[in-house]
Design a protein around this ligand. Structure first.
Ligand code: BYC
Length: 330
């Protein structure tokens, strides 16, 4: 049984032995690795946590199209353009599977989107940074999708069936995304000195925000203890962040790029890289809505939604007509 008195600096939850009635039966199922399905009984907190996390995840996929979509018309070759188009379309698909997974918990997609547009819902901090050069598209694939894979592979085994199943396909696609980003940077790093400098500049700007994607340190994570007990989180924020650093440093070396962290050093004893302090003020400032692009991102999403009104109306009118025909024929 892995879920005993789970505790972080910010949260302490009751272990299975301290629970009673339905809550205990539910926790025992989780401890035994049984998947929870939409019609099963679940504590209200479990449902709310999943709606929060899955909807934030869905919003991240949708808003996450913007920084890269910005470069589709400026991709340097037809091949790169086709790859980028496919990637951005994949992100839209991920958003749709995830909204569908959230809907199995009794909340509508419209309600979740309304929360996003009202500025009440979070989405990943990373998408509030600008994409200034073509190399940023490589850095996003390599570092952002790379971090996303590390965070999301364990989610394929999380306790909630619809979320776990949605993540399987998402992870397969993220793997292609990470690869295309690395390939793009490899081409730049093997190119002219100016192209290599552009790749280094992108790494300098994306490295720290990519590490922040994993969320606050374990000591400050308010949701980790409970999410771990419920089998939603299988590894802590800090453990996944460490994995990302350990995995990425040799990849940077292969590119011939320098990670912008003077404190980065292999620690023989720990068997991991030590790395410098993260600027948590910057992170909390971004998630409060004050990052470089928060306002622009939200305004773009709201505008896109309003521009699509005629299309939704058309679809609904068609659906109503079909339903009326069906009723008349019955
Ligand atoms: N950005 O207690 P904690 C992608 C919030 S999409 C913003 O550790 P939790 C991709 C957190 O929500 C990437 N907010 O929370 C797409 C909480 O606030 P609330 C998205 C963050 O939930 C397109 C508070 O801080 N991936 O990869 O246990 C193109 C305290 O945190 C962030 C997912 O959504 C952040 N970075 O852990 C390319 C994965 N970090 O809600 C790529 C699924 C924390 O209490 N999500 N916060 O008000 C998760 O695994 C977890 O929700 C997190 C946070 C690890 C992110």
């Amino acid at each position: 049984m892995y879920a005993q008195l789970v505790e972080t600096g910010a949260q302490r939850v009751r272990g299975t032995d301290e629970l009673e009635g339905q809550e205990r039966v539910f926790q025992e199922r989780i401890d035994a690795g049984v998947k929870i399905e939409p019609k099963d009984w679940m504590p209200e907190g479990y449902r709310k946590t999943l709606v929060r996390q899955i909807s934030q995840h869905a919003h991240s996929e949708i808003v996450g199209q913007l920084p890269e979509g910005n470069w589709i018309t400026r991709a340097p070759t037809l091949k790169r353009k086709a790859i980028l188009l496919a990637k951005v379309q994949d992100e839209a698909g991920h958003g749709l599977y995830l909204y569908s997974a959230a809907e199995t918990l009794g909340v509508s997609r419209d309600a979740l989107i309304a929360q996003l547009h009202a500025g009440k819902a979070k989405y990943s901090s990373i998408f509030n940074y600008p994409t200034l050069t073509w190399a940023d598209i490589g850095a996003i694939g390599w570092l952002v999708d790379g971090s996303a894979i590390i965070n999301q592979i364990p989610l394929c085994r999380c306790s909630y069936g619809p979320y776990a199943r949605a993540m399987v396909r998402v992870c397969k696609e993220e793997s292609f995304h990470q690869r295309q980003g690395y390939d793009l940077l490899l081409a730049l790093c093997n190119g002219t000195p100016e192209q290599k400098a552009m790749a280094q500049d992108a790494l300098n700007r994306w490295w720290w925000p990519a590490l922040m994607m994993f969320g606050p340190s374990d000591a400050d994570s308010v949701n980790s203890a409970q999410s771990t007990q419920w089998g939603i989180k299988l590894f802590s924020n800090d453990a996944l962040r460490q994995k990302m650093v350990d995995q990425t440093v040799p990849q940077a070396e292969y590119l011939g790029l320098t990670i912008p962290d003077p404190d980065l050093k292999w620690n023989e004893e720990r068997g991991h890289y030590d790395f410098g302090a993260i600027d948590w003020d910057e992170f909390f400032n971004v998630i409060k809505g004050n990052g470089p692009c928060n306002r622009e991102r939200l305004a773009t999403r709201v505008q896109a939604y309003e521009d699509g009104e005629w299309f939704r109306e058309g679809l609904n009118a068609h659906a109503d007509k079909q339903a009326a025909r069906g009723a008349a024929a019955a």
